[in-house]
Ligand binder design. Structure first.
Ligand SMILES: CC(C)(COP(=O)(O)OP(=O)(O)OC[C@H]1O[C@@H](n2cnc3c(N)ncnc32)[C@H](O)[C@@H]1OP(=O)(O)O)[C@@H](O)C(=O)NCCC(=O)NCCS
Length: 189
């Protein structure tokens, strides 16, 4: 179960064979600027294993994002995170520095947002972001999120919680009209 491809991107589940690519992504100091430090190769392996568990337990997790010609670009997907002690479904994204600034994170995250809403039927989605991570905050805004909260995690670091609720996708049927006039701009109640 992966999000549908977009015009430029393809999603697939991570595998142990992706360790070189994931170690390059998560070991990059630019990509990890808002994390405590870049991840080591064993930590990148643990990241893949965490996502393999996510696939088994939930059917989804962070996915590999490739271009349509199969070039590795980064990861993006949906994981359960604790926000002030409560589980919330989060969209996460990481793009290799050489592919940043082309709208790819936004394109991937939009597909994941739609997957969370339309396939999982989850009522909301969050993004937990370092308050100085302007690029990530902007991606969240472009998904339709607004700042809702701060997360005061165990580490003492405060994170901005961007969030959005999904409205019911089916519009209510309009009330029956008696006079045949166009009332489409009026409330049905
Ligand atoms: C966050 C990240 C995934 C964005 O990837 P990207 O593919 O470059 O994002 P997009 O091209 O879709 O750009 C999204 C928006 O952010 C804006 N943006 C990018 N860098 C920015 C910066 N340094 N400051 C302000 N806005 C920035 C872009 O201009 C764009 O907004 P616009 O369309 O209104 O111009 C990428 O910077 C990254 O991998 N960062 C490291 C990992 C990370 O922090 N992940 C998020 C963890 S919460």
């Amino acid at each position: 179960m992966v999000p549908s491809p977009t015009s430029r991107l393809r999603f697939r589940e991570m595998a142990l064979e992706d360790l070189d690519a994931m170690a390059r992504l998560l070991g990059d100091p630019v990509v990890m600027a808002y994390y405590p430090r870049p991840k080591t190769r064993p930590e990148a392996l643990a990241w893949i294993e965490w996502n393999l568990r996510n696939y088994r337990e939930h059917g989804y997790g962070l996915w590999i994002v490739d271009s349509d010609d199969g070039t590795f670009l980064g990861d993006c997907g949906l994981t359960w995170q604790r926000v002030n002690g409560l589980p919330r479904l989060e969209v996460g994204y990481h793009v290799l520095p050489e592919f940043q600034g082309r709208g790819l994170a936004t394109e991937a995250a939009l597909a994941c947002r739609d997957f969370a809403r339309d396939v999982l039927g989850n009522p909301e989605l969050v993004a937990i972001i370092h308050p100085e991570n302007q690029a990530s905050l902007r991606v969240a805004e472009k998904l339709g999120m607004v700042q809702r909260d701060d997360d005061h995690g165990d580490s003492g670091l405060v994170r901005t919680v961007m969030a959005m609720e999904f409205r019911a996708s089916r519009a209510e049927p309009p009330a029956p009209e008696r006079d045949g006039a166009d009332h489409s701009k009026r409330s049905s109640r």
